[in-house]
Design a protein around this ligand. Structure first.
Ligand code: MF3
Ligand code: CO
Ligand code: CO
Length: 269
């Protein structure tokens, strides 16, 4: 048996990547983030989520990359598009965006075997105050989680940073879905939960690649999955937002592979 990785795997099944593997993730992450930059102008009132997905698939193909989601567990689209009270895994279709709808678009591409997974929030038309606050808190929660990423800290430190920040704003963190290891595979150990206690293992080590992708609800945390077996919604129909980055642990912190090349994250600027 040959192993394409020269790195090792921890006892928790977490791959420790080589310094040279960061280059592969950088390229994949850059493409995913670029597509999220470019889709922004298409998120308009009256636009369908199916058309947004078609544009995304075209961009993935034009880059000579592969969509990680098409064919994944039977999923047939190049993106997940989750509107308002949809928490995640919204399926693109004929639904037209209405004025004030908040929208998460989640794209995962494969470039040279490396997976880049990222999502961001958008608005169709005018963004109202409450959803804007939700979106800002969710983005800042992701960044608080990322700030906790450095060797010697633990996955529990990440979850704790996110949860305390979100709950400090009287919003709730979804516990039914989590981030994941990533690299040459889409979903790998560990489960990166967005809540928890400081110090809860595993310990972070340089070379670990994973996503952080908190979902935050204005109301209660509970979700349910619709009959299509994908679409997850808030049980209380409250608004939900999510941001996702793919990152790699470095010697002194982390590298974000999916930062927006255009410096964008906020839906309106
Ligand atoms: N991109 C999602 C994640 O963050 C996974 C989507 S799987 C799909 O892990 F099949 F729903 F597309
Ligand atoms: Co992900
Ligand atoms: Co994703």
């Amino acid at each position: 048996m040959t192993n394409i990785h020269n790195g090792r795997t921890t006892k928790d099944g977490i791959r420790i990547h080589e310094a040279s593997d960061f280059a592969g993730m950088r390229v994949a992450g850059h493409l995913a983030a670029t597509i999220l930059d470019e889709i922004a102008e298409h998120v308009t009132v009256g636009q369908t989520t199916g058309e947004l997905d078609r544009i995304i698939e075209e961009k993935v193909n034009a880059a000579g990359a592969t969509s990680a989601t098409i064919g994944y567990k039977g999923y047939q689209h190049a993106s997940c598009i989750s509107i308002n009270h949809v928490v995640c895994h919204g399926i693109p279709g004929e639904k037209k965006l209405k004025d004030g709808d908040i929208v998460n678009i989640d794209v995962t591409v494969i470039v040279d075997g490396w997976f880049g997974d990222t999502s961001r929030m958008y608005v169709a038309g005018k963004l109202a105050r409450k959803p804007e606050r939700l979106i800002e808190v969710t983005h800042e929660a992701l960044m608080k989680g990322i700030e906790a990423v450095k060797p010697g800290n633990t996955f529990g430190d990440i979850g704790h940073a996110i949860q305390t920040f979100v709950e400090g704003h009287r919003m709730s963190v979804v516990t039914d879905f989590c981030g994941h290891g990533i690299g040459r595979v889409f979903h790998a150990p560990p489960n990166v939960v967005h809540y928890g206690k400081p110090g809860t293992k595993p310990v972070l080590e340089p070379g670990m690649f994973f996503t952080i992708e908190p979902m935050v609800n204005l109301g209660r945390a509970e979700t349910k999955t619709l009959a299509d077996d994908w679409t997850a919604v808030t049980r209380d129909k409250s608004l939900s937002a999510q941001f996702e980055h793919s990152i790699g642990v470095t010697e002194d912190g982390c590298e974000i592979f999916t930062l927006s090349p255009a410096g964008k994250f906020h839906p309106t600027y």
